[in-house]
Ligand binder design. Structure first.
Ligand SMILES: *Cc1c(COP(=O)(O)O)cnc(C)c1O
Length: 387
């Protein structure tokens, strides 16, 4: 009999086998043990090499990656510890010093910050193109342009991009196209069917869906891209928690009903807003009055719960803030796609392509409260806008 100290670590307990749960088991692990010294290896691609190290995947993390890949109809998915890191990983994997990068001028702000604060230092130049350029994006192409990002709809101002047109010209110039597909939750827009090479999603948003986890996913269309991405990911060494993956796997089980309820509620609220005298414009691509509605109808199969509206000209910033502060159900916060409705105001200042919105834009993320209660909340808050 071994000493009790040893038995704490090497127990003879054997539980019955063949337990089956409906939930994907949560495997925590750093070291992965091998059956013999001869087969031990440290390859990063767990799909082909088997399990070698917890950082590169466990059955829990690979199950989530596999399911995201299936939803996006891609070749393989690599998970990251946040959506922002997924954007970073793509840029570091596919760009090198001397390369030129194109981002839409409506890009998610932290992505813009990454280019100025980090990529520039590495000798990677970035230009910002008109998100509405479509095939005219060629005006921004340079001999060193290696990667174009699309984000559709654009963050906060909700412009739908002509992704197929951009893909067509990028491909003819040998430029890769990556997409931030977070708004569509990997469901309502199919990047690979539209010719995109790399798709990124912040799983923090609709897949997690309950404002309690941070995670990102990068999905690629083919093996060569996967090798570049995976080997870079291994070298950078980002890890994700199997416990968080388990939350995301739970989120997937209710994604369909959450998205459907949220879509209906958001559309009802958006339509209500279009009839309000305080509102100049509602920026929801599924509304016929939205500038990019036709492109949305052509390429998307649905809409999620995030949209913006612009208050009438002349309203002071103080009144906009008072109205937002008066909301009781919509909580003030940046991240979105949870079950609780969230609101944020933005000030676009007086220069740049979005200056026309000034400080009058309010973004909503509609959650699962009753639609009537949310409308009443907005109606009461709008009293603050009266002068
Ligand atoms: C939230 C978000 C991200 C980043 O996700 P995090 O998990 O918060 O880092 C990236 N792109 C878009 C469009 C987002 O809305």
């Amino acid at each position: 009999m071994k000493d009790w100290q040893t038995r704490l670590l090497h127990s003879d307990t054997r539980v019955p086998e063949n337990y089956e749960s409906l939930a994907v088991p949560t495997y925590r692990g750093s070291t992965t043990v091998f059956p013999s010294a001869g087969v031990a290896n440290d390859a990063w691609d767990q799909w082909s090499a088997g399990y070698t190290y917890g950082l590169y995947g466990t059955p829990t993390t690979l199950e989530l990656a596999g399911r995201i890949c299936e939803l996006e109809s891609g070749f393989r998915t690599i998970l990251t510890s946040g959506g922002q890191l997924a954007l970073t990983l793509v840029n570091l994997a596919f760009l090198r010093s001397g390369d030129h990068l194109l981002l839409p001028d409506t890009v998610y702000t932290p992505h813009r910050v990454l280019t100025s604060r980090v990529l520039g230092r590495l000798g990677i130049r970035t230009s910002f193109y008109d998100a509405q350029a479509g095939s005219h994006i060629t005006k921004w192409f340079e001999p060193e342009t290696r990667l174009v990002w699309v984000e559709s709809p654009g963050s906060i101002t909700m412009e739908i991009q002509d992704v197929p047109a951009i893909v067509e010209v990028a491909r003819s110039h040998g430029i890769l196209v990556a997409m931030d597909n977070t708004w569509a939750a990997g469901i309502y827009f199919k990047p690979f069917a539209h010719g995109v090479d790399i798709s990124v999603q912040a799983l923090t948003k609709y897949v997690g869906g309950h404002s309690d986890l941070l995670m990102g996913a990068v999905t690629v269309r083919e093996q060569k891209l996967y090798e570049t991405l995976g080997s870079t990911s291994q070298a950078l060494g980002g890890g994700i928690s199997p416990d968080d993956c388990s939350l995301a796997l739970r989120g997937l089980q209710t994604l369909a009903v959450r998205l459907s309820a949220i879509e209906t509620s958001a559309l009802t609220i958006a339509k209500w807003l279009t009839a309000r005298p305080e509102v100049e414009q509602v920026l929801h691509p599924a509304l016929a009055s939205c500038p990019s509605h036709e492109m949305w109808k052509r390429d998307f199969t649905g809409s999620s719960g995030v949209f913006s509206f612009v208050l009438r000209d002349g309203v002071s910033k103080e009144r906009v803030h008072s109205a937002v502060d008066a909301l009781q159900l919509f909580r003030i916060g940046y991240s979105w796609a949870g079950t609780t409705s969230v609101v944020m105001t933005y000030d676009f200042g007086s220069v740049g392509p979005r200056a026309r919105y000034g400080h009058r834009l309010i973004r909503l993320s509609v959650g699962l409260e009753s639609t009537n209660d949310l409308i009443n909340d907005l109606e009461k808050a709008f009293i603050q806008l009266r002068s």
